[in-house]
Design a protein around this ligand. Structure first.
Ligand SMILES: *Cc1c(COP(=O)(O)O)cnc(C)c1O
Length: 440
């Protein structure tokens, strides 16, 4: 049975997946790590005909001792019910589009799967949870949407009023069963502080409060699936000379636009469970802690303040999943396997333009950071191996940035257009714990 231990516990006290999922953060403040990683036979996942099909096989290898296959199958089918296409830009560059879920970012994979896994265990235990989230971007809407309508679970969402984009706000406040949204008259830090205080407040200790942030292991496992799915789709599309050869002869690099490093950690888990990856490229925006660490000769943990950028879902000064990556792989392995770079807003806008000119492809700012990272990696290393770059959000979520870069109207996206016709439900809150307490 695969069990989980805290990154801060040298004695390696082990808990089940169920406990790690429902706790989120370990009691000592550490992040849960698996004590072993299942080796998944490539023949089994490479013959999958859909992401959900692949997900059932791979998650079964992780969870077979805690969730029967039939129950897991319905969780996965229900969660991963949207496409995840690999789109060819040129003979050596592909993008894996992770934005076809309901809230149009890759956060849907983790949030939807995690919500259904939690519901499964809570029903079994006959317990309830109230998920409290502070959000400034894609996580909140993915969590609200992923958890909406799940039995035994309610969601309370806090976001800073007027500090998120119009599209993002709309995604946060549309009415959803079991979800309450609060617009806090303050900034993101106020929202986070209120959530933290609520968890510690004795008056609220009778409530089954829980969190759903990106450090939960229940979000990372599903984020490993699309890496395997990318390779499954790549081989039939590979250029003629390599088509038909095994992947062993066709080393692939994968570029991950990164912020809190949860997406990249999913990729590392996929690779450790059996997918060949030549190199990972970690493309960060101006928040450059991780690229700095990768380039440093010695261990350096020089965390930074968060800098605001146009790729705002990656604005993380001190990525919390770094602690997990650092325990998963030795320092020298991390530094040789992952190549990192930091890309400023000006280069991001330029890359949106160049990708549009070269391939007719409209990339969101996060995706563009990745595509610029690919170019820099090739220049710096001379490695011309094929690259799959992850496309993390739909460009229609960032109309201002696209218009700024391309001088065109962003292509419309039906799911976003529909948002404007739906009912909304939001309550304004003073940035004080007392006002949140009254609501809870
Ligand atoms: C969350 C997010 C990222 C960053 O992913 P991490 O797992 O935090 O590294 C990148 N792009 C988009 C669109 C996101 O929503």
């Amino acid at each position: 049975m695969i069990q989980y231990y805290s990154s801060r516990d040298s004695s390696r006290y082990l808990v089940s997946f169920e406990d790690a999922l429902l706790k989120g953060l370990a009691p000592d403040g550490g992040l849960y790590l698996p004590d072993s990683i299942p080796k998944i036979d490539p023949q089994s996942w490479k013959t999958s005909h859909s992401l959900a099909d692949l997900g059932k096989k791979v998650l079964h290898a992780w969870l077979k001792d805690e969730i029967p296959q039939a129950a897991l199958n319905s969780i996965v089918e229900d969660a991963l019910n949207f496409p995840c296409p690999l789109v060819k830009l040129s003979d050596d560059l592909w993008v894996l589009e992770l934005f076809h879920g309901p809230t149009l970012s890759f956060k849907d994979f983790g949030a939807r799967t995690m919500a259904r896994l939690m519901q499964y265990f809570l029903k079994k235990r006959q317990e309830q949870r109230i998920i409290l989230v502070a959000t400034s971007g894609d996580t909140g809407s993915a969590v609200a949407d992923g958890f909406a309508g799940q039995d035994n679970i309610e969601v309370v969402l806090l976001y800073p009023k007027g500090k998120v984009s119009k599209v993002q706000e709309r995604q946060l406040i549309v009415s959803r069963p079991g979800v309450r949204s609060f617009a806090v008259e303050g900034n993101f830090d106020d929202c986070q502080r209120m959530v933290k205080e609520a968890f510690l407040d004795p008056d609220l200790s009778h409530l089954p409060l829980s969190s759903a942030n990106s450090i939960n292991i229940g979000r990372l496992l599903p984020q490993s699936l699309y890496y395997l799915w990318a390779i499954t789709q790549l081989m039939p599309q590979a250029p003629a000379p390599v088509r038909g050869v095994t992947q062993d002869d066709y080393p692939v690099n994968i570029c991950v636009p990164s912020g809190n490093l949860g997406n990249l950690t999913g990729g590392i888990l996929a690779a450790l469970s059996g997918q060949k990856v030549n190199r990972f490229i970690a493309a960060h925006n101006a928040n450059h802690f991780f690229p700095d660490y990768l380039q440093a000769e010695v261990q350096a943990f020089d965390f930074h303040k968060t800098i605001a950028t146009v790729s705002n879902a990656m604005d993380v000064g001190s990525p919390s999943n770094f602690e997990r990556l650092y325990h998963l792989l030795a320092d020298d392995v991390l530094k040789s396997w992952i190549w990192g770079t930091s890309i400023d807003d000006q280069s991001t806008f330029k890359r949106i333009k160049k990708s549009y000119e070269a391939f007719g492809y409209v990339a969101c700012p996060h995706t563009a950071v990745g595509l610029e990272g690919v170019v820099r990696y090739r220049q710096a290393t001379g490695d011309t191996s094929p690259v799959i770059s992850l496309a993390c959000a739909h460009p229609a979520k960032f109309p201002e940035a696209i218009t700024h870069a391309l001088n065109i109207e962003t292509p419309k996206e039906e799911a976003l257009e529909l948002l404007w016709q739906k009912d909304t439900n939001v309550i304004s809150l003073e940035p004080e714990l007392e006002s949140l307490k009254r609501q809870l």
